[in-house]
Design a protein around this ligand. Structure first.
Ligand code: NAP
Length: 291
C-alpha cells in the first residue's frame, strides 16, 4: 500500500490549518500517510534545496508552499504549470516523470469556490470585478478572473504594485485597470469604478486580531447587487462580510477557497478527489485559523 508523505514549507507555520485539512482528506479517502510542517526561514535557501531533494528522491510525495517561499522555490524546480508561470508563484510541488513540477491551486481554488457561491446567478452577472490589494493572492485572483472572462480593476495603496500586476497580465487581452492607493479609504470609490458586480478583498485587513477593521470606509454603502468575496477566512465572518450582509448583499469569506486549493493539491499528489465536507469539518473543529 502506498504511504503518502506530504507537507508544507513556509515560515512561520505554527498556526497552520493545512495538517488538519490534509489529514482529514487522507482519512476520508482511506489512504495511509502523514502531513508534516517544514518551517524554513526566509533566507534559508539551502533548507529549501534539501527538502526539494527529498521530493526528487521520492522520500516526500508532495509539498505545499506558503509565505515566504512561494516565489523562492521557482528557481529550484524543473517545470512550472502554465498557471504557476502566469501567476509567478507556486503553492504545490510534485514529482512527475522525474521532474519537480510547481503548480498553483490558489487560482482554480478561488474560481471554483466563487462559482459555487454565485452558481444560481452566474448567467445574470455582468462580469466586472474590483480587486482590493495587489499582493500574492491578488495575482492568483486576477489571473483566475481574467481566465474566466471578467473585466478587472485593481485598487491598491501602492499604485506601482497595482500597475506591475496589471502589466504582468497584459497578454491576456482583457481590460485591467489599476486605481490609486488612497481609494481604499476614499468615499469616492464607487465614482471611480462603475458597474462593479464583484468585489474581492485580497488584503489582510479584517484578519484576526484586527477583526473590527474593513478595507472599505465605514461610511460607504456598497452598490446593490454587488457580490462580496473576502479572501480572509479568520474570523469566520469578517467585518467586510458582516457589513455587506447587513446591507442585504451576498458575501462570503475565503474558507471555501482554502479548502478548494487544498483539495486540488491533494488530487495532484494522490490522484484522489477528496470530499470537501470532511476537510471543512476538520477546519470548523479547529480553534485557530491560519493557513
Ligand atoms: P500579501 O502578498 O502581503 O499582499 C497583501 C496586499 O494587501 C498588498 O497589496 C498589501 O499592500 C495590501 N495591504 C496590506 N495591508 C494593507 C492596508 N492596511 N491597507 C491597504 N492595503 C493593505 O498577502 P497575500 O498572500 O496576498 O494574503 C492576503 C490575505 O489573503 C491574507 O489575509 C491571507 O490570509 C488571505 N489569503 C487567503 C487565501 C484563502 O485560501 N482563502 C489564500 C491566500 C491568501 P502593501 O504591499 O503595500 O503592504
Amino acid at each position: 500500500m502506498t504511504i503518502y508523505h506530504l507537507g508544507l514549507i513556509g515560515h512561520p507555520l505554527s498556526h497552520s490549518l493545512s495538517p488538519r485539512i490534509q489529514k482529514a482528506a487522507l482519512q476520508a479517502c482511506g489512504l495511509e500517510g502523514e502531513y508534516s510542517l517544514f518551517p524554513v526561514a526566509p533566507d534559508n535557501f539551502q533548507g529549501l534545496k534539501d527538502l526539494l531533494a527529498r521530493v526528487r528522491s521520492g522520500e516526500i510525495t508532495g509539498l505545499n508552499v506558503t509565505i515566504p517561499h512561494k516565489q523562492n522555490v521557482i528557481a529550484l524546480l524543473d517545470e512550472l504549470t502554465s498557471t504557476a508561470k502566469a501567476i509567478g508563484a507556486v503553492n504545490v510541488i510534485y514529482l512527475q516523470n522525474q521532474k519537480l513540477v510547481g503548480d498553483n491551486t490558489d487560482a482554480p481554488g478561488f474560481l471554483a469556490d466563487l462559482k459555487r457561491f454565485i452558481r444560481d446567478r452566474e448567467s445574470l452577472i455582468d462580469k466586472s470585478a474590483l480587486v482590493l490589494g495587489a499582493g500574492g493572492s491578488a495575482r492568483a485572483v486576477v489571473y483566475a478572473l481574467l481566465c474566466d472572462g471578467w473585466k478587472v480593476t485593481v485598487a491598491a495603496r501602492r499604485i506601482e504594485q497595482a500597475q506591475q500586476l496589471a502589466r504582468s497580465f497584459k497578454n491576456y487581452q482583457l481590460p485591467i485597470t489599476s486605481l490609486n492607493s488612497p481609494i481604499l479609504r476614499a468615499a469616492s470609490l464607487w465614482d471611480q469604478v462603475s458597474n462593479i458586480s464583484l468585489l474581492v478583498n485580497t488584503t489582510p485587513i479584517g484578519m484576526t486580531p484586527d477583526i473590527d477593521q474593513s478595507p472599505l470606509p465605514q461610511d460607504i454603502s456598497i452598490p446593490n447587487g454587488t457580490i462580496i468575496y473576502d479572501l480572509v477566512y479568520n474570523p469566520r465572518e469578517t467585518k467586510l462580510v458582516r457589513d455587506a450582509r447587513a446591507q442585504g448583499l451576498q458575501a462570503t469569506t475565503g474558507l471555501g477557497m482554502l479548502i478548494e486549493q487544498a483539495a486540488l493539491g491533494f488530487t495532484l499528489w494522490t490522484g484522489h478527489n477528496p470530499p470537501r465536507e470532511a476537510m471543512m469539518t476538520a477546519v470548523e473543529q479547529s480553534p485557530i485559523s491560519s493557513l
